[in-house]
Design a protein around this ligand. Structure first.
Ligand SMILES: NC(=O)c1ccc[n+]([C@@H]2O[C@H](COP(=O)([O-])OP(=O)(O)OC[C@H]3O[C@@H](n4cnc5c(N)ncnc54)[C@H](OP(=O)(O)O)[C@@H]3O)[C@@H](O)[C@H]2O)c1
Length: 276
């Protein structure tokens, strides 16, 4: 049995669906990672074959105001789950982000590139990487970017909602790669199957901007792409600082490849349209 932590979110939902009865989903109602002292007690009720942590403080702008909580969820809790798993030699997987990089590079970031986050979310995620590996050097830490799924609140759903209300402006000078949660979960299970450890970048292709991504979503919803207009980060002006370039690729020879996001996006948008 694989224990999935953070099951209400995008990635957690994908793992729950993919694993079916061989997964055991632990939602916030059963395990509140902000209650640090309870983590071990709750995990002790299970004897999993692997633990996959999908939970976290993922609201990039809000994290600037909730740094302590973000650190607790994204760093301290990861360290604690890693310690618990290490003591039992149970494979432990946790997720990190392209936002651990500062975005100054102009070619895809690989696993050995030096992390240098520029916002609180990225700092807490990087701290989680460090705490995780300190506790469990053989854990698997997967970095990915710009997650979207058909079932949970995310950038795509926000775009669709805005487009229904009228024109919107979306930043066109931050370059990255969208990743479909189901595709990332499938690739992660392959990595787990291969017993990979250490840092692994898992990302789809090709690169785009938030503007390019938003236009594609609107087009797929049969709406006018002109509803989405470009704006610079500077003009947009609000929110946490974000890297201007955060494309990830892997320098590891794993043979694991994610499908292109453009190929997977139509079914995701179709799913979204049922509830947005
Ligand atoms: N979203 C992205 O663009 C992105 C990009 C790169 C990497 N990542 C990383 O990928 C992972 C999954 O991201 P996601 O987009 O699937 O996240 P998400 O949709 O925001 O889901 C986060 C999950 O964490 C849970 N959670 C929040 N506070 C908690 C607490 N105190 N105790 C236990 N669980 C708590 C949430 O529970 P509720 O649903 O009950 O609130 C939710 O299930 C995260 O590590 C994230 O940092 C995400």
């Amino acid at each position: 049995m694989i224990l999935i932590i953070g099951t209400g979110g995008q990635l957690g939902t994908s793992f729950s669906n993919l694993l079916g009865p061989s997964g055991r989903s632990l939602g916030l109602d059963e395990l509140d990672l902000a209650d640090f002292g309870s983590i071990r007690t709750v995990l002790d009720r299970f004897t999993p074959d692997a633990v996959i942590n999908c939970a976290g403080h993922t609201a990039v702008d809000l994290a600037e105001q909730q740094a302590e909580l973000a650190y607790l969820l994204n760093a301290s809790a990861v360290g604690e789950m890693a310690r618990w798993s290490a003591a039992r030699s149970v494979p432990f997987v946790s997720f990190s982000t392209d936002y651990v990089f500062d975005g100054l590079k102009r070619s895809p970031y690989v696993e050995s590139d030096v992390a240098h986050p520029t916002n609180t979310y990225g700092n807490t995620k990087r701290a989680g990487e460090v705490e995780g590996f300190d506790a469990y050097p053989a854990m698997l830490l997967i970095r990915s970017s710009w997650l979207v799924s058909g079932t949970c609140p995310n950038f795509g759903a926000t775009v669709l909602r805005s487009a229904r209300e009228g024109p919107m402006r979306v930043v066109d000078d931050q370059v990255g790669v969208p990743n479909i949660a189901d595709d990332l979960a499938t690739a992660t299970l392959e990595a787990l199957n291969q017993q990979l450890t250490g840092i692994l970048h898992l990302s789809s292709a090709p690169e785009t901007t938030w503007f390019g991504f938003a236009r594609r979503i609107v087009e797929l919803a049969d709406m006018d792409p002109e509803l989405v207009q470009p704006i610079s980060t500077e003009e947009y002006g609000i929110g946490a600082p974000r890297p201007a370039y955060s494309v990830l690729t892997s320098e590891r020879d794993t043979g694991i490849e994610l499908p292109t996001w453009k190929g997977s996006l139509p079914s995701v948008v179709k799913e979204m349209l049922a509830w947005v």
